[in-house]
Write a protein that binds this ligand. Structure first.
Ligand code: NAP
Length: 299
């Protein structure tokens, strides 16, 4: 059994003159859980380093990045509204950044180049695997490898790219059809299902993923609870919304005996690559990490 943060006190954070530095660029950035998570890992692994919030207005984004690089930072996470600007600014892009046209992790290399990664989608797939949902093995005879993705925003794009790379056949459905068509046209192998019909077609899919903000506390429709009676017997229901931890969609799926995976794991797993690149340690996403971050939701 993993110890809770209460039973295993964290060491005091060590920040010397040689500390490694990183942070999160956003506007606004006050809602971000990244400083909490990265500083938790820094303390847990005894790393001499710090991770700070970096509020940067859109017009100041590039100046802020160049300034951080000049001041010796190792890199930064990038959140709304800077992900596309970070994509344009990076000198070297990994495959997921190229496929999504956005960057959420910047790494300042020793040769002066800026490397850009998009880790959301791979973080999502890693969270599924950590929850015991193996891809593409989740498929069964009646559904094949088909996944239904609700949403066509930034998160949907990253998740679609990584699910396709993991061998799944991705179908997009979105309230605004044109956005779904645009997303499907920009990536190979994607199909589109009309928003009004997806509940009736659920029997065709092995995995349902909500990437919209429906069901999110404070979002457009916090009570979002679609009909799941047509679900295939082995359907896995994943929701990338992580506040609340169990969304109404997940609660309904659980009531029907379906397996569910929440969004917190994605949030934690997407952070691992950056932490490793900046601070030189491969961090664990475990019950202790989850409990620490979850505690911040109630405070
Ligand atoms: N777990 C994680 O680590 C993680 C990471 C990233 C994002 N997220 C969460 O994922 C959600 C989406 O983020 P995003 O960056 O992709 O946002 P986004 O680009 O703004 O996309 C929002 C999506 O939600 C849909 N939507 C919004 N209101 C709706 C409504 N009333 N009815 C039907 N559809 C509606 C939009 O449909 P239209 O195109 O029709 O407007 C669009 O597909 C947010 O809740 C965010 O917190 C979680």
């Amino acid at each position: 059994m993993t110890s809770s943060p209460d039973t295993q006190p964290l060491p005091v954070q060590r920040i010397t003159g040689k500390a490694r530095l990183a942070g999160v660029l956003g506007w606004p950035v006050g809602h971000s859980r990244s400083p909490l998570l990265h500083n938790y890992w820094l303390r847990r692994y005894g790393v001499d380093g710090a991770y700070v919030p970096l509020p940067a207005r859109p017009e100041a984004f590039e100046v802020a990045v160049r300034g951080l690089q000049a001041a010796g930072f190792r890199g930064a996470n990038v959140t709304v509204p800077h992900k596309e600007a970070a994509f344009r600014l990076a000198d070297v892009l990994d495959e997921s950044a190229r496929a999504t046209g956005s960057v959420n992790t910047l790494i300042f290399q020793d040769d002066g180049m800026i490397r850009g990664l998009s880790t959301d989608g791979d973080g999502f797939v890693a969270s599924l695997r950590a929850a015991g949902v193996d891809l593409p093995a989740v498929s069964h005879a009646s559904t094949g490898r088909r996944v239904l993705l609700l949403g066509a925003g930034g998160a949907a794009r990253s998740v679609a790219v990584s699910l396709a790379a993991a061998g799944m056949e991705v179908c997009i459905t979105n309230r605004t059809r044109a956005r779904a068509d645009e997303l499907a046209a920009s990536l190979p192998g994607l199909s589109v299902c009309p928003w009004e019909e997806w509940e009736d077609r659920l029997g065709d899919y092995a995995l349902l993923v909500n990437t919209t903000s429906l069901g999110m506390e404070g979002g457009p429709e916090p009570g979002f609870c679609p009909a799941l009676e047509r679900a295939s017997a082995g359907l896995v229901v994943a929701d990338i919304v992580y506040v609340p931890r169990v969304t109404p969609l997940m609660a309904e799926a659980q009531r029907r005996g379906l397996r569910t995976v929440g969004g917190l794991g994605m949030l934690l797993h997407q952070a691992r690559l950056g932490f490793h690149a900046w601070f030189g340690v491969e961090p664990q996403v475990d019950a202790q990490t989850e409990a620490y971050v979850l505690a911040s939701f109630s405070s």
